[in-house]
Ligand binder design. Structure first.
Ligand SMILES: Nc1ncnc2c1ncn2[C@@H]1O[C@H](COP(=O)(O)OP(=O)(O)OP(=O)(O)O)[C@@H](O)[C@H]1O
Length: 335
């Protein structure tokens, strides 16, 4: 769901520069993040993603440039006070080992002086939403949890004080692929996050396409392109952008292409017409992606899919052939 034209930005970065010794790690970056937007910082290892993220909450002080959050220069605020107002999630989770799950989640609201009963209720609600029922998990210690459970507690902790801005540094990076997909789905479905301004670091292209309103692709501390995932894929600004997505181009194209776009390219199957679809074929709206349709067909194993508003059900082969024709028509975009 790409963000509409932004109102006033929540984060405004101007000519930001950071050096480590002679190495310019963040090189004169300027950009804005709108309220409610999810910006994903993407790029190869060492390109400066984490350094850039950490300048936003002053875990790293830049050498030049300015950062404003909600119109205020971050340097005008004490780092500790600033950080209490910004949720932060890291790959290593960093839960306090001797605190229970509930105590970990309640740390920032406690520091902010929120009433204990309010914090307890919010903690329980957040844990519930992240599939960690408080009755079972609230009193456990981090060491008693799996990696995926710890990562969910990390998310709950970052959200506990309801900060308007959340920074996430490879939040799913340490998880195995199945847990990673599950935590990412919970993350995506968390209503709370939809209202928040999120900056997320990843080097996983699929993750970026799944979560981003806009992607900032970095290399050597410089912005290579900043835009909606589809823009980067179909209208790459330079060779670096083009080659960065090359290996996964087809899978990414399936993610950004809707069923509505491929429907005009569907051909009926031969003289007998389409094979009858089995009763109970799953349905998707035409706004769903080709990727979602293929995944649903894989999950349900029915072989056919109903697209809401379309005259007839579609078999997987028909869908893929139509997708191929749609791509061909579009000139395979930037390819
Ligand atoms: N404290 C530091 N002192 C010196 N150099 C550093 C420091 N922190 C980071 N760097 C260097 O800055 C560059 C960018 O690092 P950064 O962690 O921002 O990259 P990244 O894009 O997040 O990488 P990754 O995806 O591997 O985490 C790297 O070359 C790194 O070695």
């Amino acid at each position: 769901m790409p963000a509409p034209a932004p109102p006033s930005p929540v984060i405004r970065v101007s000519h930001l520069t950071k050096r480590f010794g002679a190495q310019v790690v963040v090189d004169d970056l300027s950009f804005e993040v709108a309220a409610g937007e999810t910006l994903v910082l993407l790029g190869p290892s060492g390109c400066g993603k984490t350094t850039l993220l950490k300048t936003l909450n002053r875990l790293i002080e830049p050498d030049g440039g300015t950062i404003e959050i909600n119109g205020r220069d971050v340097r005008q605020q004490a780092p500790e006070a600033l950080r209490r107002g910004i949720g932060y999630v890291i790959q290593q989770v960093g839960l306090l080992p001797h605190y229970t799950v509930a105590q970990n989640v309640g740390v920032v609201p406690g520091l902010l002086g929120r009433p204990a009963a309010e914090t307890a209720a919010r903690t329980a609600a957040l844990l519930e939403r992240l599939h960690l029922p408080a009755a079972r998990f609230a009193d456990m210690l981090p060491a008693q949890l799996s990696g995926g459970q710890q990562q969910r507690v990390g998310l709950a902790r970052a959200l506990a004080a309801d900060p308007p801005v959340i920074l996430l540094d490879e939040p799913f990076g340490a998880l195995d692929p199945i847990t990673r997909a599950a935590v990412r789905r919970d993350f995506r479905e968390l209503d709370e996050l939809r209202r928040k301004t999120v900056v997320l670091v990843t080097h996983d292209v699929t993750e970026a396409f799944e979560l981003a309103d806009r992607i900032m692709l970095l290399n050597n501390g410089r912005i290579q392109q900043l835009g909606a995932p589809r823009e980067l894929l179909e209208h790459p600004a330079n060779d670096f952008v083009r080659s960065f997505f090359q290996a996964e181009r087809l899978a990414l194209q399936m993610r950004v292409t809707t069923l509505a776009e491929v429907l005009p390219f569907v051909e009926s199957t031969g003289p007998g017409g389409p094979a009858p679809a089995p009763a109970g074929a799953p349905a998707l709206p035409a706004t769903a992606s080709v990727q979602a349709a293929v995944a649903l067909l894989g999950e349900t194993g029915t072989g056919h899919l109903r697209i809401e508003g379309a005259p007839q059900p579609l078999a997987l082969g028909q869908l893929l052939a139509a997708f191929g024709r749609a791509l061909g028509q579009a000139g395979a975009g930037g390819g």
